[in-house]
Structures are given as C-alpha cells and as structure tokens.
Design a binder for this molecule. Structure first.
Ligand code: GLN
Length: 445
C-alpha cells in the first residue's frame, strides 16, 4: 500500500470492520437464486475523479447489478432520445412507494420515475431494438463502458428471475393497458430481467458511479460514455428517487445521489468528487443493503460529503488585490516610475466558474486607489475557466474599459480568449509584469 493514500484505504477499512459484524437484514428471496448469496459478503470501493481506486473487503466479489442498472439504462435512453422525449413516457417525481409498486400517474399511466420498476421497464422499452443493434446489446455495451470493462450476464440469476418475475410482467401489462406507449413493455420486461442479471463487483459499481460524478467520462478509461448534461440529469433523478420511498430521508441524512439494488449493491456519487459503492446482500425491509447504508451514511458524515454542505467552496479564488507599486519589482523594474499611472492588480487562481468569477469581478471593482487608474487581471495561476466565467470576466473588463479605465490581462494560456478567437479585443500578456508595464505605458503615453 502506498503510505500517503493508505489513509483513504484505512477510512474504508475502518468502516468495513465497524459494520462487518452487523448481521441485520434478510437476503432477497423472491428471486430464488439471490437467496444463495453469502450473507457475510461485504465490500466497499471508492474511485476518485483522477481514477484513483480504493477498496476494502469483498470489493472484487461478483453479484448481479439488479436495480443499480436503472440509472445507467436511463442514461442510455436520455442519450439516444433526449430528456423531453424520455419524459413523455417516464416522469421524474419521487413515488413515495416501494420499488415494485404500481407507481403510475392516474390520468396517463406514465410511471413516476425511472428508478422504480414500472419506470425502469418503460425506460428499457424505449431503447431502440434493431437487427444491427439489438436492445440488450446496446444496454450491455453501455453498462460495460460505465464500468470500464466488458461485463456479462449471470444466466442462473436471469433464469431464476424469468421463472418468478410475474409481478414485473403484470406491471408491464398494466402499463400497456393504460398508456399509448410507442413501444411494448411486455416484450421489454424480459430484456429488463437480463439487464438486472448483469454481473458486477463493488469496484465496477464504483467506476459506474464515478463516471456519472465525472460528467459522463469514465475516470479509469477516459471514455466519454454519456454527455455531461445527461450525467447531471441522471444524478438528479438518483438524488430524488434512487432510494424509493426512503429517498427524502437519504438525501436529508446522507446527501448523495444514490441507487440501491436487491442483490445488495448500493452506489452513491459525489458530483465532481468520487464514485462510491458497497456490496452486502443482507437487506432492510425497503430492499437496501443494511451494511451498505450504514457504511455510506457514516462515510458521508465523517468526510463531510453531504451535497448541501460546501463551506469551503472556492474560498481562495482571489489571491491578491493590490497596486503594482506594492509588488516586488519584476524583471522590468516596474517600480521606477512613482506616481505615474498607478496600476491596480487582482490575481485569481484555480478553476473559475460562476461563483469564482463573481468574486474576481468584485475584486476588480475594489482594486485601485479611489477606483480609478489602470487595472490588471492576473490569471497566470488559473487552471480553468468555464464558458460562464469567461463571458462574465470579458463583460466585466469591457465595462471597466467603457468606464474609461485601462485594462490588461496576464493570461499566458489564452484562457480568456473565446474558442477560435485570435488576438481579441482584450489586451492580453504573458506575465503580470508585462501587463502592468503596458498599462503604465498607455496611461503615461
Ligand atoms: N430485478 C429486480 C426486480 O425487478 C430488481 C429490483 C431491485 O433491485 N430493487 O424485482
């Protein structure tokens, strides 16, 4: 084990040993094959946005994905058809009911959401089925790309659910009887059983969750599996509906988009942070892994992972607001001209989004004596600017210029340039010293 990152592994191991002895819960037995699982099995896995991988216990033990497949097939449907079309057939409201309830809108027969069985069966039915690209082939490819390796089907679990899955068939018939669906849920329910029988490990599930958290790009393989807006849409539905009638309490206490499955798999995603998975087949009455719930809940609490808890966000965006005369002399000995054209400097660092850009603009307004004179925006230590932040900073600089102030940017990597723009309307320099010197020259010239 690497000594430094061993601290992360230790956190997972600590959780593992804390809950391994907890024997509460029951194995699912309405799919007979699932009742054969080892009740002691317990694995945890975490994958970071850099693809760093951590695990404890039985993270490599295979089991069937069951309902944890639902968000990923929903992602596939959204990718192929778009949110508006998918939403015509599957809503996105928490049902407040168990996973296998008849959660259908009274007037239209539309299932409540894609995380309950009724909605998942319709979602599977929406995946196009053509001779060249059969429906299940598309689903298996998609799940495999999320996991970052080729997955296969546990034929025994499939046969077991196919033999006993009359409740899901009944749901499919009921859906067909209520709505003008463009597809046949009765045919699709067999594909849905196959999708639930795809074999995964906790490590696979962590990679799948991490791909959603990483905006649709698998952090292990670099494969863009779905577009960023689709990943965000899926995480939103997981947050509101992923834990069925326990979704509100889960979001309240754990604060992470999640999805459970009756074989004992449980995933949680920290957007732009990590993918997390647990496997332990003993279930609570709602069909969620008991040890999985305990471990992920405690991890969230211990590590401050609750989505609504972001105290330190972008705390150090603006690193400096001063006048150039107060800075150590740069290579061009810029101090030599006291009193002439005082130049204010605001420096930023890190990744700039809307929140960060607002801070930088505020700093630009504050910079300079009496809010006059030239202003330099130093972006040398900025690592990324999103389109919103870029537009805001350009707009802010344009307003300062319209106010009669000389402006210049230290932007060696051209981050403020619009894509495809040559030398733009913004005066851009490779270093702060050059930007300051240019402002002085214009001011005194
Ligand atoms: N295949 C299972 C079913 O449809 C999946 C349910 C679940 O994991 N919650 O009943």
């Amino acid at each position: 084990m690497s000594p430094a990152t061993g601290a992360v592994t230790d956190a997972l191991r600590e959780l593992h040993s804390r809950y391994a002895g907890d024997g509460q819960g029951e194995l699912a037995d309405y799919i007979p094959q699932l009742a054969l699982a080892d009740p002691g099995a317990f694995g945890l896995a975490l994958i970071s946005m850099d693809g760093h991988l951590y695990s404890a216990g039985d993270a490599g033990v295979p089991f069937t994905v069951q309902s944890v497949s639902k968000p990923f097939v929903y992602a596939l449907a959204l990718s192929l058809l778009g949110l508006d079309e998918v939403s015509r057939w599957v809503n996105a409201e928490p049902s407040g009911e168990a996973f296998n309830a008849i959660s259908l809108e009274r007037s239209t027969g539309r299932p409540a959401n894609a995380m309950v069985n009724a909605g998942a069966i319709v979602t599977t039915a929406l995946i196009p089925d053509t001779p060249v690209a059969p429906r299940f082939g598309r689903i298996l490819d998609c799940l495999s790309r999320f996991a970052g390796r080729r997955l296969d089907v546990d034929e025994e679990v499939y046969a077991s659910e196919a033999a006993t899955g009359d409740r899901n068939r009944a749901l499919a018939y009921l859906i067909r009887s209520t709505g003008p669906l463009p597809v046949d849920p009765v045919a699709a329910v067999e594909t849905y059983f196959r999708q639930c029988s795809v074999r995964v490990t906790a490590l696979d599930l962590a990679a799948m969750a991490a791909t959603l958290a990483h905006g649709g790009v698998n952090p292990l393989t670099g494969d863009r599996v779905v577009a960023e807006p689709v990943a965000a849409q899926v995480l939103a539905v997981m947050a509101t509906c992923g834990m069925y009638d326990g979704s509100g309490d889960w979001l309240l206490r754990v604060g992470l988009p999640a999805k459970s499955g009756v074989s004992g798999g449980l995933i949680a995603a920290g957007p732009a942070r990590f993918g997390l998975a647990a496997y332990s087949p003993l279930l609570d009455p709602g069909g969620t892994s008991v040890r999985g719930r305990l471990a992920i809940g405690r991890l969230s609490e211990r590590l401050g992972l609750h989505l609504m808890h972001n105290p330190a966000l972008a705390a150090s965006t603006v690193t400096l607001v001063t006048t150039a005369d107060d800075l150590p002399a740069g290579p061009q000995a810029e101090r030599g001209q006291p009193g002439r054209g005082r130049v204010a400097v605001a420096a930023a660092q890190g990744a700039l989004d809307f929140t960060a850009a607002e801070r930088v603009l505020y700093a630009l307004d504050e910079a300079g004596t009496g809010r006059t004179g030239a202003v330099v925006l130093d972006l040398v230590r900025v690592t990324d600017i999103d389109t919103v932040a870029r537009a805001m900073l350009r707009g802010g600089l344009a307003r300062l210029a319209a106010d009669g102030r000389h402006t210049a940017v230290a932007d060696p990597d051209g981050r403020l340039r619009e894509p495809g723009e040559e030398a733009g309307s913004i005066r851009s320099f490779a270093s702060r010293e050059e930007a300051v010197a240019a402002c002085r020259a214009t001011a005194s010239g």
